[in-house]
Design a binder for this molecule. Structure first.
Ligand code: ADP
Ligand code: GN1
Ligand code: MG
Length: 364
């Protein structure tokens, strides 16, 4: 689908003339564009995104969350050196709403472009891992005191792993594309771990770990890394910021920032958890979040990397069996390849679990 971004541009409160737009980034859900405008001879960049409303069914509630979160963070960082690059900043539409609905009913938003920083799809070094975890930990910390009541749940049960398993079981049974017969090994892999999927949800229900405001999509490529300093400068991709457990945030960092390979790598010998990356993540996260975590939260940090990697693998497998209706794919077995990397990583994390626990116990 192509969109007339020039027409969309005219309806945002931007002072300048539209020059160009190009697809941007490697996300699986929304459509992202880098938009270039001319303001009196100076070029200025923006990020435009079409929100995927098949997945985010209530875009108005979602944008209200993002406005609340960015306003709160901007209040905290006000006065910092370089504050304008340390939070996403929504550009309103001409009617001053934080989003625009086009003539076809598509929801669009615009952000100021964060210059001289990048996101990475594969981790480069331990400094980056430390910075990514410190940035997400700091983001959780900044939101501990957000006023205005509970944030809206943009996707209910987003990280409810037992429900994700139920969805897989339903997809196996429905077998709409006749693919179940080809994935017996992957199904066995999940089923032999089924007793573990409810561990965090159960601890929460028993009052042993609290609900907090979390990001819920803490992929490596959702932190902008400053080109000059290598520091994490801004947490982005705020669609799923909502009430959740800290573990799913720390876990997704382990999932996306410890393996030296892409999420869809076909050569599984290249997929494994690098212990030094895990250590850097743990130290970076605890530096930012260590003072608000409870002992029960802390104790489950090693386990959660395994759990969310299993959960996302379950989701890729479910989507493969369902005919690739959720995640964008770029080749026929893309979701199956993604599922296999997740399960390979789960096995690698399992092997290293005793050492991960030992490290945690040795960090003050
Ligand atoms: P998705 O939900 O599809 O992952 P993101 O919001 O993460 O979408 O955006 C996709 C990519 O676009 C990011 O990984 C990042 O590289 C880039 N990006 C997003 N927002 C900005 C921004 N405000 N400034 C600069 N780059 C951005
Ligand atoms: C999706 O939008 P993106 O690419 O940042 C997905 C995440 C998955 C991730 C797997 C709303 O994230 O939950 O972990 O793909 N987002 C949504 O790479 O489902
Ligand atoms: Mg993203």
């Amino acid at each position: 689908m192509t969109y007339d971004i020039g027409k969309i541009f005219e309806q945002f409160a931007i002072y300048g003339d539209y020059i160009s737009a190009a697809p941007y980034g490697s996300g699986h859900i929304n459509d992202t564009y880098k938009v270039v405008a001319d303001q009196s001879g100076t070029t200025v960049d923006y990020i435009f995104q079409r929100i995927n409303t098949n997945i985010f069914k209530e875009p108005v509630g979602l944008m209200d969350n993002i406005l609340r979160v960015t306003t709160h963070i901007c209040g905290k960082i006000h006065g910092n050196e370089d504050a304008s690059r340390q939070s996403l900043c929504i550009v309103p539409a001409r009617d001053l709403k934080p989003y625009l609905v086009d003539k076809d009913g598509n929801y669009w938003r615009a952000y100021l472009f964060i210059e001289k920083a990048q996101t990475y799809d594969v981790i480069k070094n331990t400094e980056q891992a430390f910075e990514v975890a410190r940035s997400f930990g700091n983001f959780q910390k900044e939101l501990v005191d957000i006023p205005g009541g509970r944030l809206f749940e943009t996707i209910p049960d987003f990280h409810n792993t037992p429900k994700r398993l139920e969805a897989l079981e339903a997809a196996i049974k429905a077998d709409v594309k006749g693919r179940t017969k080809d994935v017996a090994a992957e199904i066995d892999f999940v089923m032999s771990r089924r007793d573990e999927v409810s561990k965090l949800i159960d601890l929460n229900a028993a009052g042993e770990i609290p609900e907090r405001i979390t990001h819920n999509d803490t992929k490596l490529n959702n932190v902008m890394i400053d080109d000059a300093t290598g520091k994490g400068i801004c947490v982005i991709d705020l669609d799923t910021v909502m009430p959740g457990l800290v573990h799913y945030d720390f876990g997704d960092m382990v999932r996306t920032s410890t393996s030296p390979s892409m999420e869809d790598e076909k050569d599984l010998s290249k997929v494994y958890m690098q212990f030094d990356m895990f250590e850097a993540l743990l130290r970076g996260y605890l530096e930012a979040a260590g003072d608000f975590l409870t002992p029960a939260e802390r104790e489950n940090l090693p386990f959660c990397g395994k759990l969310i990697t299993l959960e996302i693998g379950i989701r890729f497998l479910t989507d493969y069996l369902s005919g690739d209706v959720y995640f964008k794919i770029h080749r026929p077995e893309h979701n199956l390849d993604r599922c296999r990397t997740q399960f390979k990583l789960v096995a690698s994390i399992e092997e290293q679990m005793p050492r991960m626990m030992e490290l945690l116990n040795n960090i003050k």
